[in-house]
Each structure stands twice: as structure tokens, then as C-alpha cells.
Design a protein around this ligand. Sequence first.
Ligand code: SAM
Length: 285
Amino acid sequence: MSDKLTANTRDKNLIFTPSHIANFICKALGIKESDKVIDPNCGYGLFLKSAKNYTDNIFGIELVEDVYKVAKEEFEDTVINADFFDCENLIREKKPNIALMNPPFNSSGDKTNGFVFVEKMLDWMESGYVAVILPMSCAIGTAKEIAKIKNGILEKHTLDAVFTLPSDLFHPNANVSTCCMIFKVGIPNNTETFFGYFKDDGFVKKKNLGRVQKDDWNSIEEEWLHLYRDRSNVNGKSVTKLVNGDDEWLCEAYMETDYSKLTRKDFEKTVRDYLAFLIKNGDYR
Ligand SMILES: C[S@@+](CC[C@H](N)C(=O)[O-])C[C@H]1O[C@@H](n2cnc3c(N)ncnc32)[C@H](O)[C@@H]1O
């Protein structure tokens, strides 16, 4: 299994989590040996592979047989070929306390963009944490189905954190902006959520190569972990706020801009983008 395999997969629902982000999420959750980890839509098992650095107690479910077969080569009987929605009893029996999720966002007929997987997972766990990568549409949540899920979740569970992820994270397989939400299971939401503006992971797009590391990922990861663990409020980077199900669950909605960091280059780019927008819309005279 490799990131190359990931990069070659074009099916919209087969978009796998880059390993540095999977590792970061495992570190953010502080997974330890005694934890029981599940990925209920495990794909080739990239999240399971990261979790295995901390615990042998891992379990994956994958619907697509060909994908499952690849995961099985590495994870043997810790993965099964099944539909997550048929696994309620099994999941309740196994009692995972950590769920790592990147569910399908684009399944036809799923108006929740993958949120329905999270809603079920939270309800089938007794305690612990769920970390899930979802499209921004779930965090902004104006669609009726999504707003309903957001409100329902907060009645029973806590929105611990939301990290805005790099816009091109899934390049070249998908062009969707995503965030990572972390929920604490079984405790109604009544504390401030940590929102991190984690858009720059130091990777850049390179033709035919996908995203490649340009800056020092280790120090970026270290900074993200500090901001989250300390629940810091840092202009341009992070903020904490008590939200409800009708609010936007996104850092951008609450964070103060750090104007001292704006450069002439940023200003020129914004003016150029705006002019391009006007020209494209036929509004430039
Ligand atoms: C976006 S991929 C993510 C895979 C993996 N979690 C990761 O982060 O790399 C979603 C995976 O969920 C699988 N899947 C879709 N519907 C499913 C279902 N109902 N039950 C279990 N797996 C499902 C897809 O086949 C795909 O492998």
C-alpha cells in the first residue's frame, strides 16, 4: 500500500487520506495502546496504518471488495468486507473508543455528504472520540439535511474541534475543500470548540506528482498540535468558541485576521483575483 496507489484512484468516493494528515489526526487524539480504534470506511487502511503505531487494537470495514482485498493483505482479519450500515451490532459489541473516518462524500442519494456515517458512528459508540474528514458543506451546513444532523449531534455529543484543512489536500483525485471535525462521544455540547485554520501544511501541487512537501511538515505539525492542545486563540491561526447546530463550524467564521502578516504580494494577488473575477463575469469596463 502506498500514497502512489492513492494518487491513481479516480473514483470520487475512493479518495484516501494523505498519510501525514492521518498521522497528525492520530497524534491530535493522543491514541494509546489501550485504545480500540475503528475506521468504518477503511479503504486501503491508511488511517489504520497510522493508528497501528500506537495500538494493535484496530478494526476496519470496507464495502468495495477490490479495495477490501488490498486492505486485507496488510491488515488480515482486522478488516472485513461489509456495509457499515449493516454493522451496528458488531460495532456495539467491539466497543471502539476511537473512530477515524473519511466517509464517502459523493454517494448518490446521500444529501448529507457523508455526515450520516458520522451520526450513526457517534450513536453506536459508548464513549471516546470520533475524528472525521468531511467537505466544508457539512461545516457550513445550510442544507436542511445537514443542519438537522448538526443540531441532533450536539444534543448528544460535544464538538471538540474543527480543523480547516488545505484546500487542495486531495489533489489530483478530488477538488473539494475539507475540514476535520473531532467529536467527544456521549457528552452534550456545552463547552467551547477549538477551531484551527490549518490550511498550509507545507505541501505544494507539482505537475504529474500530486502534492509534494516543500516546507518542513514536522514543525508545522508541531505547531498545529500545540495550538490544539493549548486551545489557543491566535490571530490568523486559531480560535475557541461555543457554537450551536445552526452556526458555521469553521475557523474562518470566528478568527481574527492577523493584518501584520499581510504582504504586498497578498494584496496584489487579491486585486488580480478580483479583476479576473470581474472579467470572467463580464462586469469589467
Ligand atoms: C473517501 S474513502 C476513505 C478511505 C479511508 N478511510 C481513508 O481515509 O483513506 C471512503 C471509503 O469508504 C468506502 N465505503 C463507501 N460506502 C461504504 C459503506 N457503506 N460501508 C463501508 N465502506 C464504505 C469506500 O469504498 C471507500 O473505500
